[in-house]
Design a protein around this ligand. Structure first.
Ligand code: CDV
Length: 310
């Protein structure tokens, strides 16, 4: 049974606030077809791929806010993605905003298999930004206001697809080593990560010029330290006056970037990811069972912030 997964990362350029979901789905379908022409088994779309990155606005109108969420998946608007994937025999990973029947709101990602079935779902754990409207900022980052942290069983859990073990992270998760490690401890072999990363960091503008470097740094480290493939996919470009990094890339378990986007618009990049390439890392340098020392890691789960020495 082949363990080579032909992966496409579908970087998506800017989406305007007023753009309809139907129009976005048409763009995603075009990317899916291009991925298919390049022989892909699965195509990964970014975080909140169906709309503009709406947490950049303080939205007081509930009706307008709700419009950015999905209360069913698939819905009449997103069904064409599922139909096309099944027709092409290709899986896909899609990020979107979820509104549950109970009124809970999550930033989620789903893994859909080549028959069009949702086989795995992840709700974003690390919600960056702030809760209240902060007028000093040139743009908001209101993920803490618009989304909830999920229950632990809805967070870092792996699934099975493509004859392997897969996982998903969403944007800010990729900066935290814990995200990868919890998946690594479940044997993950391929992690799909969608992101929306503004170039400008309002509280720390001195980081701006490092935005691309930090993006690859954290995903390469996560790949290598857990012996897994990582696929990072941006929504990129200048969206409503807020420029965001591109830099979508596919990273081998060695930590090497094997494919990288060149533009900041809609673009497909691909790589043949042999899941057996994870073995030498998982069996040797990062053989967790042989070498981890968890009795020395208790502060990782016992405390949240820094506790300075007396
Ligand atoms: N969508 C995100 O989670 N974006 C964050 C920004 C706010 C820093 C990121 O980690 O890229």
């Amino acid at each position: 049974m082949s363990r080579i997964v032909n992966v496409a990362a579908a970087q998506v350029g800017p989406i305007a606030r007023q753009t309809s979901k139907a129009a976005v789905v048409e763009r995603l379908l075009a990317l899916m077809r291009e991925a298919d022409r390049r022989g892909s088994d699965v195509v990964v779309f970014p975080e909140l791929a169906l709309t503009t990155f709406f947490p950049r606005w303080y939205i007081q109108d509930d009706e307008e806010l709700d419009h950015f969420y999905e209360s069913e998946m698939p819905s009449p608007e997103t069904q064409p993605l599922f139909d096309e994937a099944a027709k092409l025999g290709m899986g896909f990973v899609l990020g979107y905003a979820e509104l549950t029947p109970e009124g809970h709101r999550y930033n989620v990602s789903i893994w859909v298999d080549e028959t069009g079935e949702i086989v795995h779902k992840y709700r974003k754990v690390h919600l960056p930004g702030h809760h209240e409207h902060e007028t000093w900022r040139p743009f908001q980052h209101l993920e803490k206001r618009y989304f909830e942290v999920p229950e632990s069983h809805e967070g870092f859990r792996v699934g099975k697809a493509h004859n392997g073990i897969v996982g998903m992270l969403i944007c800010n998760d990729r900066r935290w080593p814990e995200s990868y490690r919890v998946l690594g401890l479940q044997g993950v072999e391929l992690i799909a990560i969608g992101y929306n990363t503004p170039i400008h960091n309002p509280p720390s503008p001195e980081h701006d010029r490092h935005s691309w470097f930090h993006n690859e740094l954290v995903m390469s480290a996560g790949a290598y330290q857990n012996g897994t493939w990582v696929v990072g996919v941006a929504r990129a470009g200048d969206e409503e006056g807020v420029p965001m990094i591109g830099g979508s890339c596919i990273i081998a378990p060695s930590g090497e970037v094997v494919a990288r986007a060149r533009t900041e618009g809609d673009e497909i990049i691909t790589a043949a990811c042999d899941l057996d390439d994870t073995r030498s890392y998982k069996d040797w340098v990062f053989n967790f069972d042989a070498h981890r020392v968890p009795q020395h890691y208790d502060s990782i789960t016992a405390q949240r912030g820094v506790i300075l020495p007396d």
